[in-house]
Design a binder for this molecule. Sequence first.
Ligand SMILES: [Zn+2]
Length: 240
Amino acid sequence: MHPTLPPVFDGHNDVLTRLLPHGPAAAAARFAQGGEGAINLPNARAGGFGGGFFAIWIASPSDPAVKFDQMTRASYDMPLPEPVPFEAARRSAEDEIAVLEALEAAGSLAICRSVAEIRAAMAAEKIAAIFHIEGAEAIGPDLAELDGYHARGLRSLGPVWSRPTIFGHGVPFRYPSSPDTGPGLTGAGERLVRRCNELKIMIDLSHLNAAGVADWRGFPTRRWSRAIRTPMRSARTAAT
Ligand SMILES: [Zn+2]
């Protein structure tokens, strides 16, 4: 850890997606040795990176690359990729979670399940990783997978990554644009948010459209007690 600066705790990273093509064992080695342009262990230590949200993200089979170059233009309007079928998404998520777990097994980071575990990891100068899902394509309508991911450490979830899911609708990659672009959370989306609150999985509002955010905001006052409202308030904004 950097000797003088306070540690950085990052709101979102995509290093697992970048490491995914290498497979878990080679990914863990590359992370430890510093072979990647994104976050890696030597650079994290040198730069005082204490930890953050490590995203599991499913690439679109029909449109795998995120077109960042187009998003540097003065204005743009890109069509959203097709929804990803559940079984393909589930397999892809498993592969990416295997990378996260390989990094932990190699001793590069700790998957933290509580604030106490984050503090303990940072005190031990180990990267404190929060297992995050960016777009819930790998969860079916009965939410069975959600409990499984939670047991493996999932503590933060965004219902959509702009692409529509069975849970809701995201904003398109369009600028300028209002975020009010379509319908909000579906019935399955409402069940997902409710179950996340029971499990104390933080809801990430990034990419959700205005109606989805409004639906989320309506939950606590409409249906839930103050005690349940609190973890929902800690949602993040703005990430890719
Ligand atoms: Zn991301």
